[in-house]
Design a protein around this ligand. Structure first.
Ligand SMILES: [Zn+2]
Ligand SMILES: [Zn+2]
Length: 279
C-alpha cells in the first residue's frame, strides 16, 4: 500500500518548531508516496493585530497570518523542489474560514495551492478548544455550537476537505475525561457530511488522535462509517504531525480503519482535484 500524509506542519505554524528539511527527511525515510505541507493559516487573525484592536489573549495568539501565508507558499515552493520522486502537495490548514467567508474564498483561490483543509479550532469570541476549561464550560452547548459552525463551513464549501471533524473531543473526552454522548449530534453531523458530499468535497481522517490520550482518529470509526453510508467517497489521510517523528504517524492504522468501514481508496489532491490510491 502506498502511504500518504496529507496534513503536516512546520515551524511556519506557531505551534511547531520543525524544520522543513527534517520533515522531508522523515517523509522520505518512511517512503511516503505523497506528502502535503499544510501550515496553519488562521483566518480570524489574517490581518495585523492593530486591525482587530485586540491584545494577544495568550502566548499562542499570533496575528498577521497574511504574512505567514506568504511564508508558507514560499516554503512550499522550496519543498516541491526538495521532494523530487515523491508527490508533493502544496497545502494550508485554513482555520476559522467562518470568520470571513469572502476573504477565505480568495485565499483558497491562490494558484500556489493544491489543497486546502478547512478546520475549526475555536468558536467566534472564544479561545481555541485547547485552552478551554471544560469544568467551567457547558460541554453539550459547546459541542452543539461547534457542529453548527462546522455546518456553516461545510455549506460554504470552498475548501477541499473538512479537517479533523470532532476535534474538541481530543480535549473533552481525551484530556478532561468527560464522556460525551455523540448520539445527540448524529443528525447535524449527517447534515455536515451531506453538505460536503453535495459539493464534491471531502473529509480527512486525522490520525493524530491515535497518539493522544483520546486514542481515536478524528472522526472515529462510527462517524467515518456514517460518511460512507451517506455517499462520502473522498477521504484523505493526515497525521497532523508538528514534528518529524510524527510524520506518517497512524497513517497505516487509519487506512486499515477506512478499509474496514468500506473505503477501497484514499485521495491525494493535485490542483484541488482528488486523485485516488487503492488501499
Ligand atoms: Zn487543526
Ligand atoms: Zn493541523
Amino acid at each position: 500500500m502506498q502511504l500518504t500524509d496529507c496534513h503536516t506542519h512546520t515551524c511556519i505554524s506557531p505551534d511547531s518548531e520543525a524544520l522543513l528539511t527534517d520533515m522531508i527527511r522523515k517523509a522520505q525515510d518512511i517512503g511516503l508516496f505523497a506528502y502535503a505541507v499544510t501550515d496553519h493559516v488562521e483566518l480570524c487573525r489574517w490581518y495585523p493585530q492593530g486591525y482587530y484592536a485586540a491584545l494577544p489573549r495568550n502566548e499562542e495568539d499570533f496575528f498577521d497570518y497574511a504574512a505567514r501565508f506568504e511564508q508558507a507558499m514560499a516554503q512550499n515552493a522550496v519543498a516541491r523542489e526538495l521532494t523530487q520522486g515523491m508527490t508533493f502537495v502544496s497545502g494550508i490548514e485554513l482555520g476559522e474560514p467562518d470568520a470571513d467567508f469572502g476573504l477565505a474564498a480568495s485565499v483558497c483561490e491562490d494558484k500556489r495551492l493544491d489543497f486546502v483543509i478547512a478546520s475549526l479550532h475555536e468558536l467566534p469570541g472564544k479561545l481555541d478548544f485547547y485552552f478551554l476549561d471544560y469544568a467551567q464550560e457547558d460541554v453539550p452547548a459547546l459541542l452543539r455550537e461547534y457542529f453548527t459552525e462546522l455546518l456553516k463551513i461545510a455549506e460554504w464549501g470552498k475548501f477541499d476537505v473538512l479537517g479533523h471533524i470532532t476535534y474538541p473531543l481530543r480535549y473533552i473526552e481525551g484530556d478532561a475525561g468527560i464522556p460525551v454522548d455523540m448520539a445527540q449530534y448524529r443528525d447535524i453531523i449527517a447534515e455536515i457530511f451531506r453538505a460536503v458530499i453535495r459539493q464534491g468535497k471531502g473529509i480527512e481522517l486525522n490520525t493524530s488522535g491515535f497518539r493522544q490520550v483520546y486514542g481515536k482518529p478524528f472522526p472515529d470509526a462510527a462517524l467515518l462509517r456514517l460518511y460512507r453510508e451517506l455517499g462520502g467517497r473522498i477521504l484523505t489521510l493526515g497525521s497532523d504531525a508538528h514534528r518529524p517523528e510524527d510524520v506518517g504517524g497512524g497513517i497505516a492504522q487509519g487506512a486499515a480503519l477506512a478499509k474496514s468501514v468500506g473505503f477501497d481508496r484514499i485521495a491525494v489532491y493535485r490542483r484541488h482535484d482528488p486523485c485516488y490510491l487503492t488501499i
